[in-house]
Design a protein around this ligand. Sequence first.
Ligand code: COA
Length: 293
Amino acid sequence: MIIRQLRNTAADAEAVQRVSRAAFRDLDGRPQDDPDRPGDAAHRVRALARTRHLAVTDPDGCWIAEQDGEAVGVALSLRREGVWVLPLFVVLPSAQGRGVGRLLLERATAYGRGCLRGMLCASPSPAAARRYRAAGFTLYPTMRLAGRVDRGRLLDPGDIPVHPGGAAHLHLLDSVDRRLRGAAHGPDHPFMLAHFEELLIADTLAGTGYCYRDGGTVQLLAATSKRIAVRLLREALARVPAEQEAAVSFLTAEQEWALDVGLDLGLSVTNRGYLALRGMRPPAPYIPNGGYL
Ligand SMILES: CC(C)(COP(=O)(O)OP(=O)(O)OC[C@H]1O[C@@H](n2cnc3c(N)ncnc32)[C@H](O)[C@@H]1OP(=O)(O)O)[C@@H](O)C(=O)NCCC(=O)NCCS
């Protein structure tokens, strides 16, 4: 087996996709993507583009394990202003439990040496939890809100204005990120702007925040106050198309403000996975995104 750097090619992006689909299908029985289902097709395009984006921004953080010329494992990591992030860590089910994950994670964490902080959204996999804890991460169990938004409970939005955001807001986004998690998302914001359905902004004298929504999923939210965060989350959930299920994931107990919004709007809460952090406490009010943190 060899471990080599990810290349910015269609073939490598497809290989990452193959390993990832097989690993997660095995973990939680996720159905295989159906290219005719609109959400799946968009998700696939975004996943391939995200791999190629990271091959450009963080080539030294992205590693593939190959056996006989076939990819069997992948670790994709990135560095942004002193925070190290692991958006993807997968090994083919047939190759798991033999140390491939350990070798990949060693390469990826070596890229994060010199970063005081680390973040990742972890699946419920016991093997992953074992690897992350061994790498010094604190595991914060997370909750997930899901279901249909009870539109009858979407009352008066209050006096904080929310408006669509775009490329003109990149400095604002980075400033909120630095305040919340000590590091901007930098090149990941233009990527998310291009790939998520909408960006919502609240910017008032009382505080500032932003939220990405894509279909029914709240993808990432950061705000300088709970009041602004609540307003943004309510607005994002109000904008979920009526026929779609809403989902908000990776909420630690620090995000009770979000739990209360979801419960008030009729969503159900379950627990699943972890927010894994090193050198920092859970940012709040903040809803992370597993792919960009
Ligand atoms: C997480 C994953 C990448 C690890 O890859 P791997 O090649 O299996 O990892 P390794 O063999 O190096 O290490 C796994 C460790 O977990 C242990 N382990 C495996 N299954 C376990 C289980 N069910 N319960 C507890 N420990 C378990 C192994 O013994 C090993 O520990 P050790 O090295 O101290 O003996 C892989 O299991 C995977 O792809 N899982 C599904 C996708 C996923 O959840 N990815 C993580 C996303 S955050």
